[in-house]
Ligand binder design. Structure first.
Ligand code: LMR
Length: 342
């Protein structure tokens, strides 16, 4: 699952395999005599999430495949940078790898990524893959290049639940509620369609805002929700599965292109394998997290029937008219027909 593009697959060629074999058998001192390249990989979620684990797998593989010439330092949980700061840091070259949510890439000037936020666009993971692994996914990553970024992979998290400090089994109950959202205009429109008051906020500030009552609710896949202990301050959770949350792994183009060709090939292969690993565990991590939230006894999880979920779908449908204005009618129709073309 997931997809790796141009600079990735095209470089996993025969010469790389020869290089890799040589590296494996080279005496250690060769690697030690060369300057070690350090890659800082910053992200905002816990280490024990699909993204956190994929980042850790990449760290290990990058070291292994470059024979120690590359050292990846992973900074989870906004320990290095918060949402907005990390984008600026990547632009400035203070960090070399990020995996922001697709919802946040509108901030880099590619608003089309917000199509991933459309409510009930995807029936399942296969529908997501039709976009990420198809032409649209490639096109979107290419749009990052004129802005100085290279998109290396799509990483999955999962489908979002809603949570609140009051019961919300019915979408009408969201009226007037202040809901923390990511900085995406499509998510903003979705909250307004429900009569809620969207409050864009960094992920790192969400727990505190929920605890203090600054906001009443939020939406996230269970893996993020549980690992930030949000269930302890949100007594009601509903498995609406109304939207998908995934990531683009991005790097600074200048940094990437300045890497020696063989190192870039080794890192590309590490990225392919880390992507496969992370995307394989994403669904089970979320299933597991939702069970843990349920078993915690502090947050009541409501599992909706298909008929109940249909009510949410109808309530959020006006988002599509708003999104058409933002993303363009032709693009929106392409996305919808591709996602639903099984
Ligand atoms: C959020 O801000 O809710 C998410 O984008 C966090 C993440 O990176 O999964």
């Amino acid at each position: 699952m997931g997809i790796i593009f141009k600079d990735v697959l095209s470089r996993v060629d025969f010469s790389f395999i020869v290089f890799f074999t040589i590296m494996l058998h080279a005496p250690c001192s060769n690697a030690q005599n060369q300057k070690i390249i350090t890659i800082k990989f910053s992200h905002v979620v816990a280490a024990d999430t699909p993204k956190g684990q994929a980042a850790e797998r990449f760290r290990q593989l990058a070291q292994q495949f470059t024979g120690g010439k590359v050292r990846v330092e992973v900074y989870p949980n906004s320990t290095l940078y918060k949402d907005k700061e990390e984008m600026e840091a990547l632009q400035l070259g203070a960090v070399q790898l990020l995996a922001p949510a697709l919802s946040k890439l509108g901030q880099l000037g590619v608003k089309e990524f917000e199509a991933f936020d459309l409510p009930y666009l995807f029936d399942d993971q296969a529908a997501v893959n039709r976009i990420t692994q198809g032409e649209i996914g490639k096109e979107l990553l290419r749009k990052l290049e004129p802005r100085g970024f290279v998109g290396l992979a799509y990483w999955d998290n999962g489908f979002k639940v809603f949570s609140a400090n009051r019961p919300i089994t019915n979408p009408l109950q969201l009226k007037g509620m202040r809901v923390r959202i990511q900085a995406s205009r499509v998510i903003d429109a979705q909250m307004r369609a429900l009569g809620a008051l969207p409050q864009p906020m960094a992920f790192s500030e969400t727990y505190r805002a929920l605890r203090s009552g600054l906001v009443d609710g939020c939406e996230n896949p269970p893996s993020n929700f549980y690992t930030q202990r949000m269930h302890e301050v949100q007594p009601f959770v509903v498995d609406t599965n109304h939207g998908y949350l995934g990531y683009a792994v991005i790097t600074n183009q200048r940094f990437w292109e300045a890497l020696p060709k063989d190192i870039r090939a080794a890192l590309s292969l590490a990225m392919v394998q880390a992507t496969e690993f992370g995307n394989k565990i994403a669904q089970s991590q979320n299933d597991d997290a939702l069970r843990k939230i349920e078993n915690s006894g502090v947050s009541k999880v409501t599992r909706l029937t298909e008929a109940q979920r249909a009510v949410w779908k109808i309530a959020m449908a006006p988002t599509y008219q708003q999104a058409e204005k933002r993303l363009g009618e032709v693009f929106l129709q392409r996305v919808v027909s591709t996602a639903r073309s099984n």
